[in-house]
Design a protein around this ligand. Structure first.
Ligand code: SAH
Ligand code: SF4
Length: 337
């Protein structure tokens, strides 16, 4: 499909068919600045070239099949892909702008013990265009501009690394969506080799790591990826990323009642990341009916927060959004299957 190509790829395709670079730029602008819905609408492009494009590329869209709006304005969309698979996207409105949580895979193979996205396994990766279309479609439906992207929807972005990077390039490009790299965050469960790759990427996109446990035995239980890449290896890769990029890393930590939220865990977590250019984002758990895990009470969450603060760790306690519409990733999709 036409949305799968970065501008560099489109230029090289144009070169292959003996067309000029500026034509490729014009087509890219028709797609992302003017947002046309067919090749025919590209009025400054000659007919034979439009026919060639139409024979080489499809021009798909996403079909909206469900939309739920939470009391706090958080909106969750269920979109259908060409092959009838469905994906979720969540829009969060803040005073400072509109943030969109987007999906990279149909399902997820990592199978974390608390997460609805892992319940059904992975059906397939999304293409770069299918990732980009999520942003385009929500901007179109709501008639607004997305200012921030969090790649924290369904799937493990670093298990679909190349397509995710291509989508970021299109979203970030001045002739594409022009969303600043610093306004884009990718979250990974800890696929260590890809963290090393990500440190070498030419853009300043933020990295978040789903940590959720401060020691190997508990992390093995909650996130089986830890049996492949343990905490030592993960923290080493994070330090490499910080050294190479000079950027701060975010550690996400869902507080699960009686599981990972004691003062012992808070101290272990402080020891683990002490001295790193990092901050911890404590996340209230959105309970999933299939799992036994419960959310930590506010009072205990504050205690955990205070211990980290006292130990000199940068920490925030995330405001929950969209709780009444199951806004955590995977929950809407699994309810509709
Ligand atoms: N696969 C990637 C990105 C998608 S998950 C990752 O794991 O990082 C995005 C974030 O949502 C992760 O931190 C994940 O642990 C968290 N999450 C998953 N299920 C959740 C739930 N029920 N409640 C709150 N956060 C959840
Ligand atoms: Fe996959 Fe992330 Fe959910 Fe784990 S938390 S199952 S990696 S989507």
């Amino acid at each position: 499909m036409i949305y799968d190509l970065t501008l560099t790829e489109l230029i090289s395709y144009f070169d292959d068919i003996n067309e000029k670079k500026f034509r490729a730029i014009q087509v890219f602008e028709w797609l992302y600045k003017k947002r046309v819905k067919s090749f025919q609408e590209m009025t400054n492009i000659k007919k034979d070239l439009l026919l060639k494009l139409a024979s080489d590329f499809t021009f798909p869209t996403l079909k909206l099949v469900d939309k739920q709006v939470s009391k706090d304005g958080t909106t969750k969309y269920l979109f259908e892909l060409e092959d009838k698979n469905t994906i979720e996207v969540v829009l969060m409105k803040y005073q400072w702008g509109n943030s969109l949580c987007i999906t990279t895979q149909v399902g997820c193979n990592i199978g974390c013990a608390f997460c609805a996205s892992g319940l059904l396994g992975k059906f397939r990766d999304l293409s770069a265009g299918e990732i980009v279309l999520q942003v385009m479609k929500v901007e179109e439906i709501e008639d607004l501009r997305i200012s921030n992207i969090v790649i924290m929807g369904i799937g493990e972005p670093f298990d679909n690394y190349n397509n995710t990077m291509k989508a970021i390039k299109i979203l970030n490009h001045p002739k594409g969506f022009e969303i600043g790299a610093r306004h884009i965050t990718v979250s990974t469960s800890g696929i260590v080799p890809r963290i090393y790759d990500f440190a070498l990427e030419p853009f300043q996109v933020n990295l978040a790591i789903s940590l959720h446990a401060p020691n190997d035995s508990l992390r093995n239980e909650l996130m089986k990826i830890n049996k492949v890449y343990n905490l030592d290896e993960l923290i080493k890769a994070c330090k490499d990323y910080i050294n190479k990029t000079n950027r701060r890393i975010t550690f996400e930590y869902i507080l699960l009642d009686g599981v990972n939220d004691s003062s012992m865990h808070a101290n272990q977590l402080s020891d683990l990341i002490r001295g790193m250019n990092a901050y911890v984002n404590l996340i209230p758990y959105n309970e999933v009916s299939e799992f036994k895990y419960k959310r930590t009470e506010k009072e205990n969450a504050l205690k955990f927060y205070d211990i980290l603060k006292k130990r000199g760790i940068n920490v925030t306690l995330r405001q929950e959004k969209g709780i009444d519409i199951f806004a955590a990733c995977g929950q809407l999709r699994s309810k509709n299957m």
